[in-house]
Write a protein that binds this ligand. Structure first.
Ligand SMILES: NC(=O)c1ccc[n+]([C@@H]2O[C@H](COP(=O)([O-])OP(=O)(O)OC[C@H]3O[C@@H](n4cnc5c(N)ncnc54)[C@H](O)[C@@H]3O)[C@@H](O)[C@H]2O)c1
Length: 325
């Protein structure tokens, strides 16, 4: 299949590109390299440009006879979205609309969209989130992604394009071969930041919020290994190619770990415990996000391989010790 991967030089996109390349697909990556890395693109051709550049996008879609678009390109930092919401709506929502319009014109058949569990907001404080839960994002990042979900759904309802929207829970870890990993500048996600502390790149880990309504008072998340998430995209593409109908699914393991669980897992892998500084809650962070992954397993046949917190942290740590870019 001819596949356009937007944001394919970024953290998650590069892991998907690797698996698509290994599966023999023909890949074009479109990335403006604001947060991505040229060396992260192990397969296919990298075109440096913007998803909002209609002329460039149409040239790619027509010139390379693109069958499927996998759309990662977005800004992803929750606190930044709180401070500059319009920047998030411009890149995450308006550029997605522009990309969709180009796909419509060029007759692209399949679309896979990176959404996020953030859109559930503070829906639950225990149990698992299924896709039919009411969505109620509590930060502009989540809203910007939810609007894109809805545009995609509405467009596909009346056109000959099918989609899979994957709502990722907390993505972490790195390629077990050590070829690619997360080097995103200014990352704010817990496991990445904790591994930066463990390798001396930061002084301490700021633990935001110790008074959440959770057993140890810290936020609970469903951490998913990036290579398992990448596999979900390859499986979703096969599902669409085999005639699957448009689908929305959660992408997580269905297990929740607190911030303190993550620190414990990391400390078991290093000589000296990392320094932690407790801070008040950070605006825009829900207390508890755990996926119900029934749909993705049943409909797409996704089978995770790295469903273990220590493995996730270990691969992140190994990348942090020996990053390739
Ligand atoms: N990391 C997570 O835990 C997580 C969780 C849920 C959803 N997501 C979603 O997954 C996707 C990928 O996230 P990531 O963690 O790999 O982030 P990332 O920043 O590493 O990757 C995003 C890539 O998109 C590129 N980009 C951004 N805007 C662009 C534009 N307008 N045109 C072209 N390229 C552009 C960046 O340069 C970067 O390489 C995002 O859509 C994000 O919302 C991530």
């Amino acid at each position: 299949m001819n596949i356009l991967v937007t944001g394919g030089a970024g953290y998650i996109g590069s892991h998907v590109v690797k698996q698509l390349g290994q599966a023999g697909h023909n890949i074009i990556v479109l990335d403006n390299l604001i947060k991505g890395f040229r060396n992260a693109v192990l397969y296919g051709e990298l075109i440096v440009g913007n998803t909002g550049d209609k002329k460039l996008v149409e040239q790619i879609l027509y010139g390379d006879k693109i069958d499927a678009v996998i759309h990662f390109a977005a800004f992803t930092v929750v606190p930044e979205s709180v401070n500059d919401p319009l920047m998030y709506y411009a890149n995450n929502t308006c550029n997605t609309r522009s990309l969709l319009k180009c796909c419509a014109k060029a007759g692209v058949k399949y679309f896979i969209f990176s959404s996020t569990a953030t859109i559930y907001g503070n829906a639950i404080t225990s149990g698992k989130l299924s896709e039919d839960r009411t969505v109620s994002p509590i930060n502009p990042y989540g809203t910007s992604k939810l609007m894109s979900e809805w545009m995609l759904r509405d467009y596909c309802a009346v056109n000959d394009m099918n989609y899979v929207t994957l709502r990722y829970f907390n993505v972490a870890g790195a390629d077990p071969d050590g070829e690619i990993g997360q080097s995103t500048p200014g990352a704010t996600l817990l496991i990445k930041v904790a591994c930066e502390v463990a390798t001396g790149k930061r002084d301490k880990l700021k633990l935001f919020g110790t008074d959440y309504p959770t057993p140890d008072g810290t936020g609970i998340r469903d951490y998913i290994h990036v290579s398992d998430l990448a596999k979900a995209h390859v499986d979703a593409l096969d599902y669409l190619k085999n005639g699957g109908e448009s689908l929305l699914c959660n992408c997580g393991y269905g297990k929740g770990y607190s911030v303190r669980d993550v620190i414990k897992a990391l400390n078991s892998l290093v000589d000296k415990p990392i320094e932690v500084e407790e801070q008040p809650r950070r605006e825009g962070d829900p207390a508890y996000l755990v996926a119900d992954p029934k749909i993705i397993k049943k409909k797409i046949g996704w089978k995770p391989e790295y469903d273990n917190l220590k493995t996730i942290v270990k691969t992140s740590l190994e990348w942090e010790k020996n990053p390739k870019y």
